[in-house]
Design a protein around this ligand. Structure first.
Ligand SMILES: [Zn+2]
Length: 397
């Protein structure tokens, strides 16, 4: 009974989050007809109310919904019986009235499909974990060496012009539907140009604020200080971007026209971002003596196998990198995963920028002795310490 109650409360919370994400997208969709936009918001409010007991639902009106989207959605979510407060302060629409980049992933990761949203829903009708599995199935039929090449290419070449991609991918190009034409993505178009993030090299989101300035941000790296502003255009050619974040080096763009492609959003989230963590991890330790690092040793079972042959006895780490926006949603997906055969735990490696939320994930997985959680930086430090190579200075994530 206790388990059933917990599941019900989780589903209510997922439903409320789904409604909030859909409402935030409707509220910031300024190209939508105002009447239709109001209808979308009313549907979202109805869904949100259905996630609450009647007494609370009666207090939730449009004003409360709009305020919650801008000031923090904790007031809109049902009480958190699991003690997981990861969303307490989450804001879905920022002070400039722009949609926060993580909304789309959050919505997909917590998705509870409802008929009321059909037709408005800008994402696939399936949950993130199903989409992740579908993508894995698509490429797992490859020979092991090709599998590794594809996984590394998705990390190193997530975006580019067709000629460059053809050069990089060679005979593997065209075997999967992993790329989409950037020209079909209005959300990253700045006066006909598209700008990749300096960190992950995937197109940054471009949104016009009420003052007419286009603000560019990466949905994964804006929290790390990646952000740009583009003032209303003067003349033709590539618009000039001004770095507005603490980690915003000069970037150049490319025409958002035919011939330029990028991996789809789920591929970026489930392959490119974790792949960059894995490749970065391997490269950081490349010159470490007596350390053997194998990428994708058993296909998609896990991502990295690290063996330290030094100092006295061999020690091994089995690592799976994950870059989900929502660690509670990742925890739910991991709980459904069959145990990995073999010795030692599977280490779930998450980006160091999510370190504040890892405790929640650890608590969620407390009854899974075969799973351990660490950030990429913590793991690098651990491996280096084992190899007696000193501190983890210079490590990036
Ligand atoms: Zn990025």
């Amino acid at each position: 009974m206790a388990v059933k109650e917990r599941d019900t409360s989780r589903e209510r919370r997922d439903l409320a989050l789904t409604a909030c994400c859909a409402a935030a997208i409707a509220e910031t969709d300024l190209e939508e007809d105002p009447l239709r936009r109001a209808g979308r918001l009313m549907d979202c409010l109805g869904l949100l109310r259905s996630a609450h007991p009647a007494s609370v639902a009666a207090t939730l009106d449009m004003r409360a919904l709009r305020r919650g989207l801008r000031e923090g959605i904790s007031a809109l979510l049902p009480a958190d019986s699991d003690g997981r407060e990861a969303f307490a302060a989450m804001v879905l629409i920022d002070e400039q009235g722009l949609l926060r980049g993580e909304v789309e992933d959050l919505g997909r990761e917590h998705l509870v499909p409802r008929q009321a949203l059909e037709g408005y829903w800008p994402w696939a009708q399936i949950r993130a974990e199903q989409e992740e599995q579908r993508l894995f199935e698509e490429i797992r039929r490859l020979q092991p060496e090709d599998y590794e090449r594809v996984r590394v290419l998705l990390a190193t070449h997530p975006c580019g012009d067709l000629d460059g991609l053809l050069d990089a991918w060679g005979g593997l190009w065209g075997r999967f539907a992993l790329f989409e034409p950037v020209a079909s993505w209005p959300w990253c178009n700045v006066a006909g140009w598209c700008f990749p993030c300096p960190r992950c090299r995937w197109p940054m989101r471009a949104q016009q604020d009420p003052g007419g300035v286009v603000v560019l941000s990466c949905d994964a790296h804006s929290a790390d200080g990646v952000g740009y502003a583009c003032r209303p255009g003067r003349g033709a050619g590539m618009p000039h971007l001004e770095g507005i974040g603490r980690n915003s080096p000069p970037v150049s763009g490319f025409p958002a026209a035919g011939g330029h492609l990028a991996v789809s959003r789920p591929v970026w989230r489930f392959f490119t971002l974790p792949g960059q963590m894995e490749v970065g991890f391997r490269d950081e330790l490349a010159r470490t003596k007596d350390l053997l690092i194998v990428l994708y040793p058993g296909g998609d079972a896990y991502d990295l196998h690290v063996t330290a042959l030094h100092p006295l006895v061999a020690k091994e780490w089995r690592i799976d990198a994950k870059a989900w926006q929502s660690l509670p949603a990742l925890g739910d997906a991991l709980l459904k995963r069959p145990p990995l055969p073999g010795d030692g735990p599977l280490i779930i490696m998450v980006p160091h920028r999510q370190r504040a939320e890892t405790q929640v994930l650890r608590e969620q997985l407390a009854h899974c002795p075969d799973l351990r959680v660490a950030t990429d930086r913590e793991l690098l430090r651990e491996v280096r310490r084992w190899c007696a190579l000193g501190s983890a200075e210079g490590v990036t994530s």
